[in-house]
Design a protein around this ligand. Structure first.
Ligand SMILES: [Ca+2]
Length: 313
């Protein structure tokens, strides 16, 4: 039976690829809904982009909801320089015709986790954790009903990508991240340590471009545009593919490796705000609250993604 998932997301280029990958694997993943959050871009753009991506995949049937429009305490800091569209990018995805669902995304999360059997719904968090934190504040019992929360976020030995200490998703809403990590829900975290290994290469992009379907071409074009905006900044030539790793982990967990650790979020220090403080060596005695991944078979991941995207229009 397909694993039932909700995708909480801030599309975002790599979010778009992640959503497509999830929709390309219907035998393994049943996408119950997509909930947008403010992050890479303001909410009005992330919810609209989520609808565009579902339509591109031929899945206007997947309900898309708008969640929270700003972080809990901090002002919204976006990454429009990377995820905003140029006129040329705009042509890659048509404007959506499917409607946004009227229900608030946080209420959709809560209702679904309450309404479905406990332990049967997985949530993929591909953006700041604002929606999940608000859902926990409104309905704390969902921590015990969720099957797993798989988060793209944080960094351990990789250090930060938006400040020297912090990864973007956690840095945008560190207070939400702290609430979620303290909730007791089963959490798997895919940090930059993993995603910085999953790099675009000319060969991998050609494999996507030559799939012969519109989604393969769109993913290749999006990733080329993504590369162009921020090249070679982490000592690598290719571009790290962050969010699709979450879907790759659900499809083929054996591609990933890690360990159970305690992760705490820095919410006070101006210097290291949003840092994921990972007790990798178990020196604090604090209970493990996260399965933190740190290895990935990147070639295996790209093979999987390319094979799956073949099934989309
Ligand atoms: Ca994202």
């Amino acid at each position: 039976m397909a694993r039932r998932i909700i995708i909480d997301t801030d599309p975002g280029v790599d979010d778009a690829v992640a959503i497509l990958l999830a929709l390309a694997a219907p035998e393994e993943l049943d996408v119950l809904g997509v909930v947008a959050v403010a992050g890479n871009l303001p909410l009005a753009q992330t919810e609209r982009n989520a609808r565009r991506v579902c339509e591109l995949a031929g899945h206007a049937d997947v309900p898309v909801y708008a969640g929270c429009g700003r972080p809990l305490l901090r002002p919204l800091a976006t990454a429009e320089h990377i995820h905003g569209e140029t006129d040329r990018d705009r042509l890659l995805l048509p404007e959506p015709t499917m409607a946004l669902r009227p229900q608030h995304g946080v209420d959709f999360l809560i209702d679904t986790l309450r309404g479905e059997a406990a332990g049967t719904v997985t949530v993929c968090a591909l953006g700041p954790l604002t929606n999940i934190a608000i859902a926990l504040a409104k309905a704390p019992e969902i921590a015990e009903r969720i099957s797993e929360l798989v988060v793209m976020g944080g960094a351990c030995f990789a250090l930060g990508n938006v400040t020297p200490a912090a990864e973007f998703n956690i840095h945008v809403d560190p207070h939400a991240a702290a609430i979620v990590l303290d909730s007791g829900m089963p959490i798997t975290m895919i940090p930059l340590d993993v995603t910085h290994q999953v790099l675009t290469t000319p060969k991998r992009l050609i494999a996507l471009r030559t799939l012969g379907n519109r989604c393969g071409s769109a993913v290749a074009a999006l990733l080329v545009a993504f590369e162009r905006k921020r090249r070679a900044n982490f000592g690598t030539r290719g571009r790290a593919l962050h969010d699709p790793c979450v879907i790759g982990y659900l499809l083929r967990p054996a591609l990933f490796g890690g360990r159970e650790v305690n992760v705490a979020i820095e919410t006070q220090s101006p210097l290291t705000l949003g840092m994921t403080v990972v007790d990798w060596w178990g020196v604090t005695g604090r209970k493990a609250n996260v399965r933190l991944m740190n290895t990935v078979d990147a070639s295996g991941f790209y093979d999987l993604m390319t094979e799956k995207l073949r099934h989309l229009p």
